[in-house]
Design a binder for this molecule. Structure first.
Ligand SMILES: Cc1ncc(COP(=O)(O)O)c(C=O)c1O
Length: 479
């Protein structure tokens, strides 16, 4: 086996999540007396529908018709028209017309019609043109990120700059491809901000040591940290990438999970680049930006859909990229259908417009309320401090742990924050991820929790965490 596989770690689905699955099994098979809770609450992963976020009705209507085109036949028309709105039927017909069958391989880059939809979406979002030929549809953003990282990595000397804390897709993939992670730190005290001066020092130091640093990864809005970059900060990042000759990889999967839109709206790196004052930078800086159907109010993680857009990438490299994509034949077509719907939802005047906007608004409002509630809950706990989530689906509080807790963790051979998270899981059924899984400054401890649990159960969820924390402090007090 490739020894690099052993080096790869992915804490979001790591030891704690495996333990959570074991407990779930026990609860389901009659061993419920052993625990003081009735269910496992998976806050370890941003998987909204696992925690009962409803799918958007229009999206499922269209995809179900694409799946069962029999329903579109003349003989079923009158019945189907009673069940499905006109715009869902028309959209399914248009998609099937372009796709053929969802059971057939599509173009390796993704169905051209759907790439056109994505290009129009990007144009409307940013106010700048997008070319469907520069867009690749992917199986979630993950597959796109992995394709690009694998293409950039030449050997173990290739350096890719990643944030700390980071989403472990990056550290795990770099470990697998054998590249060198060149880490830069986000600053917790200033709301997990990104200091460009530090980026410069980091890349210069790595290059002095002979590392061939080729790309910078930015996750905006951040995971696990929830920060959202300002336009000035983004401009400085672009200047930095241009001066240091780095490809910018912009992970923008949380672009609609924005909770302080007035102070910190989402701005795409594509837009920031297209509005950069120097034309030479606009025409030459290499950018790849990633988006997904898994997040936002769509939350269709299981359908595995996403896309990336390449900007200013050399034609020769685009040809090689196509070859790499073609080896996997095509991204799954159900996911591509959802990408089309995410990028082109019902418009004003369409029969489904009102219900669509109502559903999206209701999910958004609830997520925002839950983010504030959980932030307040964490900040009310002794020894815990939590920055607000400007975006994404997570909070990443810092916890101070007593020497006793640190000693206990050492005895068990695990990190102190993992020890805390394991105790939380055993006491409450809530599964979170320890900060050590994302990277953090030495001798600081964190954990990441989603704020996705159902709103009607949220008070109960918060009070179980508060009770657990109190007991944990008592049990691990030094005196
Ligand atoms: C920052 C970030 N990027 C990418 C992904 C991958 O998402 P998907 O592959 O489901 O599109 C995630 C998933 O949680 C994420 O948080």
């Amino acid at each position: 086996m490739n020894p690099l596989v052993k080096k790869m770690e992915y804490a979001v689905r790591g030891r704690l999540a495996i333990r959570a699955d074991e407990i779930r099994e026990e609860l389901e098979h009659g061993n419920s007396n052993k625990y003081s809770f009735k269910r496992i609450v998976n806050c370890n992963i941003g998987n909204p529908q696992q925690l009962n976020q409803p799918p958007i009705t229009f999206f499922r209507q269209v995809s179900s018709l694409c799946d069962n085109p029999d329903l579109l036949k003349k003989e079923h028309r009158s019945l189907v028209s009673q069940l499905y709105p006109k715009d869902a039927i028309e959209r399914a017909e248009a998609l099937l017309n372009a796709i053929g069958s969802v059971g057939a391989y599509s173009h390796s880059q993704g169905v051209p019609y759907i790439r056109n939809t994505v290009a129009r979406f990007i144009e409307q979002r940013d106010g700048h043109p997008a070319n469907p030929n520069d867009i690749y549809l992917t199986q979630g953003a993950s597959a796109g990120v992995q394709t690009i990282l694998s293409m950039i990595t030449e050997n173990s000397n290739t350096g890719i700059m990643i944030p700390i804390p980071q989403y472990p897709l990056y550290s795990a993939s770099l470990a697998l491809y054998g590249a060198t992670p060149v880490t830069y730190y986000l600053d917790e005290a200033t709301g997990w901000s990104l200091d460009v001066q530090q980026l410069t020092e980091t890349v210069d130091a790595a290059r002095r040591e002979g590392v061939d640093v080729r790309a910078l990864v930015i996750i905006n809005p951040g995971n696990p940290t929830g920060q959202c970059l300002s336009s000035e900060n983004m401009k400085d990042i672009l200047t930095f990438c241009f001066e240091k000759r780095l490809v910018l990889l912009a992970d923008e999967v949380y672009q609609t999970n924005i909770y302080e839109p007035e102070q910190r709206p989402f701005i795409s790196f594509k837009k920031a680049l297209m509005e950069y004052p120097d034309k030479h930078v606009r025409d030459n800086l290499e950018l790849v930006s990633f988006h997904s159907i898994s997040k936002g109010m769509v939350g269709e993680c299981g359908r595995r859909g996403g896309y990336f857009e390449c900007v200013n990438i050399d034609q020769g490299i685009m040809e090689q990229l196509y070859k790499v994509a073609s080896v996997s034949l095509c991204p799954n077509v159900h996911g591509q259908v959802l990408v089309d719907l995410m990028c082109n939802p019902p418009c004003q005047g369409d029969p489904s417009y009102d219900s669509y906007t109502k559903e999206v608004q209701s999910i958004y409002d609830s997520l925002r309320r839950r983010s504030k509630k959980l932030e307040k809950c964490f900040n009310s706990m002794e020894g815990v401090s939590c920055q607000p989530a400007q975006g994404s689906m997570y909070l990443f509080p810092t916890i101070s742990l007593s020497n006793k807790a640190v000693e206990q963790a050492k005895k068990q051979g695990i990190c102190p924050d993992e020890y805390y998270c394991r105790a939380m899981l055993e006491a409450t059924g809530v599964c979170v991820v320890a900060g050590s899984g994302f990277g953090q400054k030495a001798n600081t401890w964190h954990f990441r929790s989603t704020f996705l649990p159902e709103e009607h159960l949220f008070d109960e969820f918060c009070s179980s965490l508060e009770n657990f924390h109190r007991q944990f402090l008592e049990q691990h007090s030094e005196y």
